[in-house]
Design a protein around this ligand. Structure first.
Ligand code: TRP
Length: 447
């Protein structure tokens, strides 16, 4: 029983909310360590190509599917009677979001713990053995990570329970401008550190020999999927609340550009500091949690910088969690008699329970491994390497092949756009699916 249909207050509100979904731990925590491991500038070149050639056309496709369907993820794919099998594409998104949220909330919880620690000063008492030991003791602890995971979910529940306009849109209107200011401010400050130029060079000067490494392409395309948040019906769900006036291609370009700029500026806040203090940019997932607090203690005003940085991480994570929760919530609200609040409570409880093993995967459950990976890493890997590309592929097939040309151009708002429409068709029909297939095949061979 659908309640009265909800809508964004404005086109700008829609774009802000989708940028809020896209900008998250992926841009700060994941981008910086993946770029760090994959050679900086060369990674960035391939990443930009992946965003434009694969990411952007899929975002446009998802938005068109969502606005057409005017419901949840399933309605997006399922609104053409005889082809009810497409509905499963919607279910993949709903289930995918649920599982992403289950481990994403764990890492968001770490960020909250560090933010609170930075603000109260507790974090700064642990310089003794560096932050490696501190981080290991924290994530190895039985109860603590679960508690912080719950805090992250609590914030998310509060926002999503408020509804599309008063909850999601309002939160993004406040948090996104703050986030942009903070990250730019941090990047500018860090640029003044002696030795910062090495960080800029690392991020912008490609090491062309890396272009011969297949794994850099796989990492770049996977990162583009995760960072934009495509393939899991987020844009489908958010676009159902969009009005007919909002221009899809223009919104999609704004989102792809905003997300990418955010990642680059976050990189400029991190790498120059890493280089200025002689640390390794390839520290892996612990870059944000071990390397950075250490650097903060060394720089002038670093404690304040640390508070800002972890505050940034929390705000970015929460606006993304909101989108991940909204996808299943929208479905439950559409398909059952439950109201929004009940749906939020039910699903968050489920996410919390399913996420507990991830939260414990570095401590109590550290011995449990799947294909050599801990629980959190294994879920992340399955989602990022298989589920997201597969979901993206289905969007390509639906918007590019299932829809006839006329229908697709009308739904995207590209009808009469000439060149842009032709380009989009080529990308979504051939280029994006081909690249995704390559990635899926490669991953299947190496997992
Ligand atoms: N894009 C977010 C980030 O960069 C994470 C995210 C939100 C996401 N919604 C998603 C990832 C949907 C995959 C699918 O952190």
């Amino acid at each position: 029983m659908a309640s009265e249909r909800e809508q964004w207050a404005s086109g700008a509100g829609f774009v802000l909310a989708t940028i809020g979904s896209a900008v998250g731990l992926g841009n700060i925590w994941r981008f910086s360590y993946v770029a760090g491991e994959s050679g900086g500038g060369s990674f960035l070149v391939i990443y930009l190509a992946a965003v434009v050639l694969v990411g952007l056309p899929i975002v446009i496709g998802e938005m068109a599917i969502g606005r057409r369907g005017r419901g949840d993820a399933v309605a997006g794919f399922g609104n053409r009677g005889p082809d009810a099998r497409w509905r499963y594409a919607g279910w993949i998104g709903i289930i995918g979001c649920f599982f992403i949220l289950s481990f994403y909330s764990v890492i968001a919880g770490w960020a909250i713990k560090y933010f609170v620690g930075a603000a109260t000063g507790a974090l700064w008492q642990h310089a003794g053995d560096g932050y490696g030991g501190y981080f290991q003791r924290f994530i190895g602890n039985a109860g603590e990570p679960v508690g912080w995971q719950l805090a992250a979910l609590g914030l998310t529940m509060f926002i999503v329970a408020g509804g599309v306009r008063k909850g999601i849109e309002a939160a993004n209107r406040i948090l996104m401008p703050l986030l942009a200011l903070t990250v730019v401010g941090l990047a500018v400050y860090v640029a003044t550190l002696p030795g910062a130029a090495d960080g800029w060079r690392f991020l912008f000067v490609p090491d062309w020999s890396k272009l011969a490494e297949g794994r850099v392409y796989v990492a770049a395309i996977g990162q583009a999927f995760f960072s934009l948040g495509i393939g899991m019906a987020v844009f489908i769900t958010y676009s159902a609340y969009m009005d007919e006036k909002t221009r899809i291609p223009r919104s999609a370009v704004a989102i792809a550009a905003g997300d990418t700029m955010f990642a680059v500026v976050a990189g400029l806040a991190i790498f120059p500091a890493v280089f200025a203090f002689g640390m390794s940019p390839a520290a892996g997932p612990e870059l944000a949690f071990i390397t950075l607090p250490h650097i903060c203690l060394k720089m002038p005003g670093g404690i304040f910088i640390g508070i800002l940085f972890f505050g940034l991480l929390v705000a970015a994570a929460v606006t993304s969690m909101v989108s991940l929760l909204e996808v299943p919530v929208a479905s439950v609200v559409h398909r059952t008699r439950l109201g929004r609040r009940a749906a939020v409570a039910l699903l968050s409880t489920g996410v919390f329970v399913v996420g507990i093993p991830s939260a414990l995967s570095f401590g109590t459950l550290a011995d449990v491994t799947i294909a050599g990976l801990g629980i959190l890493d294994a879920i992340d890997r399955v989602v990022s390497s298989y589920l997201l590309p597969f979901g993206g592929l289905l969007v390509c097939l639906y918007a590019g092949w299932h829809w006839r040309e006329r229908e697709a151009l009308d739904a995207t708002g590209l009808a009469g756009s000439g060149f842009a429409g032709r380009m989009w068709r080529i990308l979504i029909r051939y280029v994006a699916p081909a690249m995704i297939l390559l990635i899926l095949l490669d991953t299947a061979g190496t997992f």
